[in-house]
Design a protein around this ligand. Structure first.
Ligand SMILES: Nc1nc2c(ncn2[C@@H]2O[C@H](COP(=O)(O)OP(=O)(O)OP(=O)(O)O)[C@@H](O)[C@H]2O)c(=O)[nH]1
Ligand SMILES: O=C(O)[C@H](O)COP(=O)(O)O
Length: 219
């Protein structure tokens, strides 16, 4: 497909570390094997939900990519039929996403939607609502996490501000987008408020989505 034909298209980008280096906040709670397994479970669940969301959208204007430096995630993403973006040497989440946004702009996509790979249970209908959001009038969209992280972001390409993932990043992203002349819209989607970072998040997942962890054990 030519760049011109893609300009109305949107790219969902899921950033993913190597599972062996992931979920370090759970070091006191889980063994290295279980941390890696949890990271993979959450990644697969996020991809599945994103694929279900795409099926709800008419017209096929959205594709899914993974940005990673991990050989294991590269193999898995290929097997899942996803677009692969090589982040090169790992330099952090915002830098990996800058690489992905540059790649997407260079390949003619008109907008990027960043979804972290550790969302516990995003609802496909809510993801579809985000992915279909109108970006006319310079809008961009932020879905805040409970802890004021950024659990989803939809921005036009080329992206006129730099990513600022980290503590209270939704505030930083809002300010950066405004400073770049965009109009940030806060979209507090209920199923995108939680990700799985801490032992408390994991307890919540076990209490409310035990089937997610059982599916992985059965693989
Ligand atoms: N490609 C890429 N993805 C990253 C990087 N850092 C974090 N991620 C991904 O971004 C999402 C949110 O990551 P974090 O919560 O910051 O990291 P985590 O490994 O899940 O957990 P912690 O180690 O406890 O911070 C997850 O899908 C991570 O795999 C990075 O440097 N490169
Ligand atoms: O800005 C953020 O949301 C975080 O850096 C990435 O998400 P998490 O650490 O809350 O998973």
């Amino acid at each position: 497909m030519s760049a011109a034909a893609r300009s109305g298209k949107r790219l969902v980008v899921i950033p993913m570390k190597d599972p062996a280096r992931a979920k370090t906040r759970l070091v006191p709670t889980l063994s290295p094997e279980r941390r890696a397994s949890l990271a993979l479970t959450l990644f697969r669940a996020t991809v599945d939900r994103a694929q279900e969301a795409l099926a709800l959208l008419p017209g096929g204007g959205v594709e899914i990519a993974v940005v990673t430096s991990s050989p294991k995630i590269t193999r898995l993403a290929r097997a899942m039929g996803l677009i692969l973006i090589d982040e090169g040497r790992p330099r952090g989440l915002s830098e990996a996403l800058e690489t992905a946004a540059d790649w997407a702009a260079g390949h003619g996509y008109g907008a990027i939607c960043v979804l972290p790979g550790d969302l516990a249970a995003p609802k496909p209908a809510e993801l579809a609502r985000l992915l279909a959001h109108d970006l006319s009038g310079g809008q961009m969209v932020l879905c805040p996490a409970e802890d004021l992280g950024t659990n989803a972001l939809l921005a036009p390409l080329p992206c006129p501000f730099r990513f600022a993932y980290g503590v209270k990043s939704v505030v930083a992203h809002r300010q950066a987008a405004e400073a770049a002349g965009l109009c940030p819209v806060m979209l507090p989607l209920a199923s995108l408020r939680a990700d799985v970072d801490t032992a408390d998040d994991l307890q919540h997942l076990l209490a409310h989505q035990p089937q997610l962890l059982m599916q992985e054990a059965a693989r």
